[in-house]
Design a protein around this ligand. Structure first.
Ligand code: ADE
Length: 249
């Protein structure tokens, strides 16, 4: 996958793209991220990238000319690229959206700054607007890094078996079950007996139920979208009605 990033602060991207899973994905060539400075596409004397809003109001807006020139240049080099603006006004970026984007060959992430971008850029140069959550960042850079990280882990070959994403939170619409590692007794707190039993089927069942319980406790909204068996739905109803106590088996 090829990702083009358009930003006024390219330096923000250097360290996160060098380390850990993202660093390895780039090294292996499974992902190619090219960061461009929007200011390089400002062709006036002062290379101005922002200006005051028509009609007054506080703050500055990103001027349309440099953004349009940068997007046009990217589209010229990468035909068919999906152009995405990061903004708190966008549709919510979630695991399902990440799955959809992971199948693209290329995308451009435009990082907004200041009070936003000129509306004509939104309407006529951008394919899609994404938000990573209901809060306001000081710019789209950290949002773009979140999007890159989440998508990279879904690309074939990026995660080894050790880091597999098949069973992690959200992949099946549920939060993840509790996990434990050595020691068995940590400062008096024991690992649940069943995980030491060697009974793989019993462990699988226990994990699924724990995932259901945890999702019901913390994110009941997710249950509306997860695929549950008849037995699992019954289990949830029992938890809700108090017939089963969360935390017990
Ligand atoms: N830019 C500022 N806030 C943002 C958010 N929540 N998501 C995406 N881009 C942003």
């Amino acid at each position: 996958m090829r990702i083009e990033v358009l930003t006024l602060f390219p330096e923000i991207f250097s360290s996160p793209l060098e380390h850990s899973i993202l660093g390895k994905a780039l090294q292996k060539g499974l992902l190619n991220v090219n960061v461009r400075n929007i200011r390089d596409y400002a062709f006036d004397k002062h290379r101005q990238v922002d200006d005051r809003p028509f009609g007054g109001g506080s703050g500055m807006l990103m001027k349309p000319e440099p953004l349009a020139a940068a997007i046009d240049a990217v589209r010229g080099e990468v035909p068919g690229i999906r152009v995405i603006l990061l903004t708190p006004q966008g549709t919510l970026f979630d695991q399902a959206k990440a799955g959809e984007l992971a199948s693209l060959e290329s995308m451009a992430l435009i990082c907004g700054r200041y009070e936003g971008v000129d509306e004509r850029i939104r309407k006529h140069w951008v394919d899609e607007e994404l938000s990573i959550g209901d809060y306001v960042l000081s710019g789209g850079e950290f949002a773009a890094l979140v999007v890159i990280d989440v998508i990279a882990r879904l690309l074939p070959g990026v995660l080894g078996d050790k880091e597999s994403c098949v069973e992690e939170s959200f992949s099946d619409g549920l939060l993840e079950y509790p996990q434990y590692t050595r020691p068995r007794n940590f400062k008096g707190y024991e690992v649940p007996e069943i995980l030491l039993s060697g009974n793989h089927e019993a462990i699988r069942k226990w994990r699924r139920r724990e995932a259901l319980k945890r999702t019901l406790e913390r994110r009941p909204d997710l249950l509306d979208f997860s695929v549950l068996s008849h037995e699992e739905k019954k289990f949830i109803e029992e938890l809700k009605s108090g017939k089963r106590v969360a935390g017990s088996n």
